[in-house]
Design a protein around this ligand. Structure first.
Ligand code: GLN
Length: 484
């Protein structure tokens, strides 16, 4: 059963080929047997999963099933889950059991899905390799020496290894797309405001956005349909109807205008990755698309801009973790200052501390204008580049990441090199646009992702463009050796 897509599993459940309980047991068995090699889950919730599965089976029996009823999924451990530990990959929240569900979790419950557990992630979603997790690194199922990408590396590895047919991720600067690319799966970061951030632990609030990760674009469409929509509890969530994302998956691509930004194909891009992307673009030409060379002239500013904006927002968001109300508290504090200092000093890891310090500095009185304000202006220029491009083209394509998965430990001593692995994804968050990664081939045994960027709220088109490609290629059906 685990080799099936969400769409196929939902159909099998409806046809009573198997029950949700059987399906859930099959995935739980795979997680127990195979995840010790990968470390893709922080918490597995078998009892809860089986109770939800039995409830789903009752709904199916009563003829009340929706499109996802009874389908098992995993949640990134950044989403609050009522009664279940929500660690955000940090020692700070190792002891935190959320007292409520994130809106995304509420919606998946309402859709009748089953939660298998909570997936591993970089600490507070800060990272590109999953190596900053307090719970240890996640291994890439395609090559256990390689990282799965990050920060949603646990979700990506779990889906790639078929330990769950789909999982949630969050993307602040690439954390859905980059791990999807490095693990050979499909993922979409929706337009900022499309999916509620309520109960999704905040990293950089003006950039964070939740989205689905699965093996196919069709499955992402099904999941996004359940996740998206206005939420009065998130003031940045957008009040706009949610289309049926599966309705246009098969629309013809004849005449589709694809923009290839020349800045995405220059220095820094591994030539082997470039070849894979060229082949994918050629496939689109076969499908009737036209290719236009475009320019996003401010692309080179995206990483430096992001590394002012994101740390600034994180330094503010993470100030709530003070050892007082929840989270880690040091032993025997001498006084209040000692309590703050030691609780935060012990609870946060190195990367998180680095960012809090950068952000606090950038926001401090004498430097605000020079850094934060300047970064906000650059952010506008970057967004304007895309605006101009979308007057000319329907979608933008390029590599998701400049290289395939690197080895565990390879970049941990050099944060700037690590930051560059998101060079093609970060601008999309700064502009608030939707972006997707689709499996497009391999370099050796390591997967390559094609990135597809769309205009605001154009998720349905991205999913259509990805789906048509998946009808004529089979990269998304490949399963890593040992996880068949
Ligand atoms: N890798 C980027 C960072 O470390 C993006 C992370 C993310 O999207 N959550 O900030």
């Amino acid at each position: 059963m685990h080799d099936k897509t969400i769409a196929q599993l939902a159909a099998g459940l409806k046809a009573r080929e198997y029950s949700s309980e059987e399906l859930t047991r099959a995935y739980l068995e795979r997680i127990a047997r195979l995840d010790p090699q990968l470390n893709s889950f922080i918490t597995v919730t078998p009892e809860l999963a089986l109770a939800q599965a039995r409830a789903a089976d009752r709904l199916i029996a009563e003829g009340k099933a929706g499109p996802l009823t009874g389908v098992p999924l995993a949640q990134k451990d950044i989403f609050c889950t009522d009664g279940v530990r929500t660690s955000c990959g940090s020692k700070m929240l190792d002891n935190f059991t959320a007292p409520y569900d994130a809106t995304v979790v509420t919606r998946f419950k309402a859709a009748g899905t089953v939660m298998l557990g909570k997936t591993n992630m970089d600490e507070f979603a800060m990272g590109s390799s999953n190596e900053t997790s307090y719970y240890g690194p996640v291994k890439n199922p395609w090559d256990l020496a390689a990282v799965p990408g990050g920060s949603s590396g646990g979700s990506a590895a779990a889906v790639a290894a078929r330990l769950a047919p789909g999982a949630t991720g969050t993307d602040t600067g690439g954390s859905i797309r980059q791990p999807a690319a490095l693990c050979g799966i499909t993922g979409i970061k929706p337009t900022y405001g499309r999916v509620s951030r309520y109960g999704m632990i905040a990293f950089a609030s003006s950039l964070d956005q939740g989205g689905p990760m699965a093996t196919t674009a069709e499955d992402c469409a099904l999941m996004l349909g359940a996740m998206a929509g206005f939420d009065p509890r998130d003031s940045t969530s957008v009040d706009r109807p949610v289309p049926d994302y599966t309705a246009n998956l098969n629309a013809d691509l004849k005449g589709l205008r694809i923009g290839l930004p020349k800045e995405f194909f220059g220095e820094g891009l591994d030539p082997e990755v470039a070849k894979v992307i060229d082949a994918a673009v050629a496939e689109y030409k076969q499908l009737g698309a036209e290719v236009v060379e475009i320019s996003l002239p401010n692309s080179a500013l995206a990483v430096p801009t992001y590394y002012v904006v994101a740390p600034a927002e994180c330094s503010s968001n993470l100030s709530r973790f003070d050892g007082v109300r929840f989270g880690h508290r040091c032993e025997n504090p001498k006084n209040l200052e000692d309590l703050y200092k030691r609780s935060r000093g012990e609870g946060f890891g190195t990367e998180v501390k680095r960012r809090i310090m950068i952000g606090t500095y950038a926001l401090s009185a004498g430097y605000y204008d020079a850094y934060y304000l300047k970064a906000q202006k650059l952010r506008r220029l970057i967004a304007d580049d895309f605006k101009r491009a979308f007057e000319q083209v329907d979608v933008i394509m390029g590599p998701t990441s400049p290289t395939v998965a690197f080895n565990i430990g390879e970049k941990t001593d050099d944060p700037v090199t690590m930051y560059l692995s998101d060079i093609y994804t970060i601008a999309v968050n700064l502009a608030g646009l939707p972006g997707m990664s689709v499996p497009a081939g391999f370099v050796g045994n390591r997967p390559v992702g094609l990135q597809i960027i769309g205009n605001l709220f154009d998720e349905a088109r991205l999913l259509n463009v990805a789906h048509k490609y998946q009808q004529v290629t089979d990269w998304h059906t490949r399963v890593p050796h040992g996880f068949e």
